[in-house]
Design a protein around this ligand. Sequence first.
Ligand SMILES: [Zn+2]
Length: 146
Amino acid sequence: MTGFAIACPIDSGTSGIADHYRATIRETGVPVVQVCNVCISALWPARLRCHCGADDLAWQPAGRNGRIVSRVSVDVPKEEWERFGVSKKMTSRLPYTTVIVEPHNWPGVRMVMLLETSGAAESLTGEVSLGVEIDGTSVVLTAGEV
Ligand SMILES: [Zn+2]
């Protein structure tokens, strides 16, 4: 699924938007960004009203590619990491690298993604492809090799 705009149910509140965000990703299979239909600004993180005052908001595709803005590599003993309440799924991935990515289609938006690479995480800099990993109700944004 490429170009689309799926209305955000702002009357469901912030938790409703969060649920709808994950449902939209599961349905479309791509990372999405909240966009104001009036001033066409990207709103990230998502909210109930645009800075222009409009509440006509929609999910749109984040796009296929972006650039890494920042990264954090996590490599700690699993038992230590579990004490912080991190999910078993993420704990089982140790070590992993989380990156902040700016999608090319939405300058200024910064999305947290799990870096996926076949080689050393340090070897992947700059350009990445944007993806999602869907497992039941769990949704993880992923950044991969271009
Ligand atoms: Zn707006």
